[in-house]
Design a protein. Structure first.
Length: 227
């Protein structure tokens, strides 16, 4: 079954270019030219990925991203931000709001396809037989891509889930930031120095009083405490 991509961008030429190239790769493409329409389509059609422009008329992409992450129907959907802004602060903001990746305009078709192929692999992995990991009061179900702490669901983005799965899979082991980047992003994505730290901070916020299970190892990286 082909995966569906929702493109939220106000540039008709860009939408047509993305549609043409992704449909050749076997993707189904939906599109919206403003944030309100994009949110409606995302809620109604449950796409497998969203390409989201930052500079939209009316509601900007940052707010659309925040609302997608705040709605249980769309919270797990991978979000790739499309932005003309190359400053690190802007890219970090997108990650803090829950985006999984970004592409700076103008971008190449091959780069776009590579990012979405990475998303495809994640969905294929999710379709494999479930692997349930339990560490203390935490349960991580790779097949369902669900995390619960003390029986309470923890809503994570795609990248947050993948990071946590690596840590929980080897409790007590220290992973460097490079280790985590390699495990989650592979070779397709451009990585910021702060990417892992931003995602770990978000996971900790969502885990509440269990946040200290993810321990910072100064000068090295992170580990998940087995207790």
């Amino acid at each position: 079954m082909p995966l569906t991509v929702l493109v939220i961008d106000d540039e008709p030429d860009l939408i047509r270019m993305v549609e043409y190239n992704l449909e050749k790769e076997g993707w189904l493409v939906l599109s919206a030219r403003d944030g309100d329409a994009g949110l409606r389509i995302a809620r109604d059609h449950a796409p497998d990925a969203v390409l989201l422009d930052v500079m939209l008329p009316g509601m900007d992409g940052w707010e659309v991203c925040r609302r997608l992450r705040g709605d249980p129907r769309t919270a797990p959907v991978p979000i790739v931000m499309l932005t003309a802004k190359s400053q690190e602060a802007d890219r970090v903001l997108g990650l803090e709001l829950g985006a999984d990746d970004y592409i700076t305009k103008p971008f190449g078709v091959r780069e776009l396809i590579a990012r979405l192929r990475a998303v495809r692999r994640r969905f294929e992995a999710a379709a494999s037989p479930a692997e349930v990991l339990r560490v203390g009061s935490m349960t991580l179900d790779s097949g369902r891509r669900e995390v619960a702490v003390a029986g309470k669901p923890v809503p994570l983005t795609t990248t947050e889930f993948d990071l946590l799965r690596v840590l929980v899979g080897r409790p007590g082991r220290v992973f460097s930031r490079d280790d985590l980047i390699s495990a989650v992003r592979r070779d397709e994505a451009v990585i910021l120095d702060r990417t892992v730290d931003v995602h770990v901070a978000s996971i900790r916020r969502k885990m509440g009083r269990h946040a200290d299970r993810i321990e910072t190892v100064r000068g090295v990286g992170y580990r998940f405490k087995d207790r």
